[in-house]
Write a protein that binds this ligand. Structure first.
Ligand code: HEM
Length: 414
């Protein structure tokens, strides 16, 4: 039976529980480009169509400006909130070329492969310490104890955020997330996100000034310095990149490490492949990204009317490119619904997006995950899902993440 357009619920229980299957079914049942009447958006579900849309400039990334301009239209907007939204509008992920290409080129001078490689030793030390503190005989939430603290530590170290300030990251990220990850229109969330962004902007403004006066070997110093020189970044652009990095740099990676551990607990034969060294961790990470990675969907807005794969897309309409469905497309992956850590072509996955906006932190996320997983497996020789615990997934469209991941070791009781 085919799902009628009015029955589609991309945030319904089934789509949240098992998005890969839900969106793949939509692709199998009809056109891989279909109209969702509930959210008045196009849904794109095949690997080829997603790649084509990502490369097509008519599919614009400038999707947040209209909401923000409406928000800032009144005369009595608090200047801190105005600045916060201006910063958000300047996130490169919301820009089209040529301004996107310019920004990406300039921030790449600070966020370099060397800055990522330099953090490797610290990732090993931190992962080992976090894993050693996990109970060997008991139950624990892996997200609270390991997968969340690790990426927060990594991005904070790279940026140069002092340790005492790191606890606030979680609250800020949680307030900002619905605007960035949801894609739906709830006006209240803009107010909450605006207030959180205002605090975050104030925080980074202070730190940038500090490092401009006291340079150190970290990203914030490099970004503070990039405000000068021949081709300077503006203060707004630097603040936009700091806040984007902080935001993009931790929750997605936490979700990847968590979903990889979940996948292995559900597929003990695959866990054994990684544990025994028969599969390289870096290769396994690609399959985890393909199979149930954190990049569930990315959003575009039509910059003009377009004929696309037999459908007529109108200017201003929103488009969800469902990476989770493209990653299970049988035209690209043999046996797409099987988790195979030794899969040769897993790297064709769309988990980091593609084209000009391809994730800037991909190599950092890969590095953290390929280091963390073997350390976790070694520290937890008999790890399994805690009995009697239901999995609960975040109710957002763009990312895929568990709210908690309860595991147990030993007898399962402390
Ligand atoms: C497993 C972890 C991660 C996943 C699944 C992921 C996923 C993505 C995806 C799908 C995009 C494309 C968005 C679009 O086209 O609209 C993106 C962009 C981006 N990501 Fe990641 N990301 C991850 C980790 C990171 C990390 C660790 C950082 C930085 C520390 C980062 C920084 C960025 C930035 C700056 C962009 C914007 C690139 C641009 O617009 O040119 N990401 N990410």
């Amino acid at each position: 039976m085919t799902t009628a357009a009015h029955e589609i619920d991309i945030l319904g229980p089934e789509a949240i529980r098992d998005p890969s299957r839900y969106f793949s079914r939509l692709r199998e049942e009809g056109n891989p480009v279909l109209w969702d009447t509930r959210y008045r958006s196009w849904i794109v579900t095949s690997h080829a169509a997603i790649n084509e849309a990502i490369a097509d400039p008519r599919f614009s990334s400038d999707r947040i400006a209209p909401f923000i301009e409406r928000k800032l239209a009144g005369p009595d907007v608090d200047p801190a909130i105005r600045l916060a939204f201006d910063v958000l509008k300047n996130w490169m992920v919301f820009q089209d070329d040529p301004s996107h290409a310019r920004l990406r080129r300039l921030v790449s001078k600070a966020f370099t492969p060397r800055s990522i490689a330099n953090i490797e030793a610290a990732v090993v030390v931190k992962s080992t310490a976090l894993a050693a503190a996990l109970p060997k005989n008991g139950r624990f939430d892996l997200i609270a104890e390991f997968t969340y603290p690790l990426p927060v530590f990594v991005i904070a170290e790279m940026l140069g955020v002092p340790e005492e300030n790191r606890a606030r990251f979680k609250d800020w990220a949680e307030e900002i997330a619905p605007v960035v990850s949801g894609g739906m229109d709830d006006p209240a969330r803009y107010d909450r996100a605006g207030a959180a962004m205002a605090e975050l902007v104030e925080f980074f403004t202070g730190l940038l000034d500090h490092y401009a006066a006291n340079p150190q070997d970290n990203l914030l110093t490099a970004l503070a310095e990039s405000r000068g020189g021949e081709e300077p970044l503006t203060q707004l652009e630097v603040l936009a990149f700091c806040t984007l990095l902080m935001f993009a740099g931790h929750e997605t990676t936490a979700n990847l490490i968590s979903s990889s551990m979940l996948a292995m607990c559900q597929h003990p034969d695959q866990m054994e492949l990684l544990r025994s060294g028969k599969v390289e961790p870096a290769k396994a990470v690609e399959e985890f990204l393909r199979w149930d990675g954190p990049g569930k969907s990315i959003t575009r807005v039509m910059g003009e009317d377009a004929e696309f794969r037999g459908q007529h897309l109108k200017k201003g309409q929103r488009v969800f490119l469902v990476l989770a469905a493209g990653n299970r497309d049988p035209d690209v992956f043999a046996g797409p619904d099987e988790l195979r850590l030794d899969r040769e072509d897993a790297k064709k996955h769309l988990g980091f997006g593609g084209g000009g906006h391809f994730c800037m932190g991909a190599s950092l996320a890969r590095l953290e995950t390929r280091i963390a997983l073997p350390i976790l497996l070694e520290a937890l020789p008999d790890v399994r899902l805690a009995s009697g615990v239901e999995l609960e997934w975040q109710q957002v469209l763009n990312t895929r993440g568990l709210t908690e991941l309860w595991l147990e070791t030993g007898t399962g009781t402390a």
